[in-house]
Design a protein around this ligand. Structure first.
Ligand SMILES: [Fe+2]
Length: 162
């Protein structure tokens, strides 16, 4: 794995590391607020991001690259309302998609095998964004209506680990 490609993958590893940590922080925050379903959803989302992180690490190791885990910023301990929290999830997912899109534009020329890996992530981002957008839209509808919000909380709590 050349220097440039290694840098690119380590950057994506850092992003997934931030994702898993950010969602864990959000889960703890909403858990404290007694939105147990949302907390559980975010915990599972954090675990999913961790599988992405591990997949990227495995690829770099398989290609004899060097994994460099950098320090990631401390995460907030307050994310506002559930709607504000999930809006932030959506923004983060859009940022992640953009990062994979940029990475793909580079690897498509530089390394077709790496492009296949990045393409899997890009495809998955379609679902990630769509799911989060739906949650944000439903929470927007439920705004100022605690019983509607608690119903959404219950629904999100039904998410199963994959
Ligand atoms: Fe991810």
């Amino acid at each position: 794995m050349n220097e440039e490609l290694q840098k690119l993958f380590n950057r994506l590893i850092e992003i997934e590391h931030v994702s898993t940590t950010l969602y864990l922080a959000m889960s703890a925050y909403l858990g404290k607020k007694n939105f147990t379903g949302m907390a559980s959803w975010l915990r599972l989302q954090s675990e999913e991001e961790r599988t992405h992180l591990l997949k990227l690490i495995d690829y770099v190791v398989d290609k004899d690259g060097t994994v460099q885990l950098s320090a990631i910023p401390a995460q907030p301990s307050d994310f506002g309302t559930p709607l504000e929290t999930f809006q932030r999830v959506l923004e983060h997912e859009q940022f992640v998609t953009n990062s994979y899109r940029q990475a793909y534009n580079y690897v498509i020329q530089a390394d077709p095998q790496a492009a296949v890996i990045i393409q899997d992530f890009l495809r998955e981002q379609i679902d990630e964004e769509a799911q989060t957008q739906t949650i944000v839209d439903r929470m927007t509808l439920a705004e100022n209506n605690p019983s509607a919000l608690l119903l959404i909380d219950q629904e999100l709590g039904q998410r199963q680990a994959v």
